[in-house]
Design a binder for this molecule. Structure first.
Ligand SMILES: [Zn+2]
Ligand SMILES: [Zn+2]
Length: 147
């Protein structure tokens, strides 16, 4: 699931799906974002798999359960912990959770489709390395004349 989430974020959300994902990279005060539609789509997909699995093909039920668990973890950690959209506040001070928050904040260091780092989520890379990568991407784009 993490591999799929990474892929979807990099190639769909920062690809042809950018028009839905763009507002997640812009500051705003709205309660919802167009980006939330992705959760609706993935949720409906999981629901469909649950039904198919239940009626005809049981293994799909487990696939759907896996997607749902990942989706729940993602929304609690991404929307709750990192973006603080839920009414709980906990700012991790060290270790894995802190690294995860920093890695995702670095993903938000850019407000455009290209040049972002850290598309994955649960597997948080070292923020120091991400900063270096971010700088490299920026320089590459500057050299190419797109900045
Ligand atoms: Zn993004
Ligand atoms: Zn985010």
């Amino acid at each position: 699931m993490e591999g799929w989430a990474w892929w979807a974020h990099k190639y769909i959300m920062h690809g042809w799906g950018w028009s839905w994902h763009a507002d997640h990279h812009e500051p705003h005060d709205n309660l919802f974002e167009k980006n939330d539609l992705f959760a609706v789509v993935f949720g409906s997909f999981a629901m469909a798999l649950f039904v198919i699995g239940w009626l005809w093909f049981p293994p799909l039920w487990y696939v759907a359960a896996g997607i749902t668990v990942y989706g729940l973890v993602y929304s609690f950690v991404h929307d709750g912990l990192v973006h603080q959209r839920f009414p709980y506040k906990w700012v991790p001070k060290k270790g894995y959770w802190k690294r995860l928050v920093q890695a995702h904040k670095l993903h938000h260091a850019t407000t455009c489709k290209e040049g972002a780092v850290s598309f994955g989520f649960v597997l948080a890379p070292d923020p120091q390395k991400l900063r270096v990568k971010l700088r490299e991407l920026k320089e590459a784009r500057r050299a190419a004349g797109s900045l």
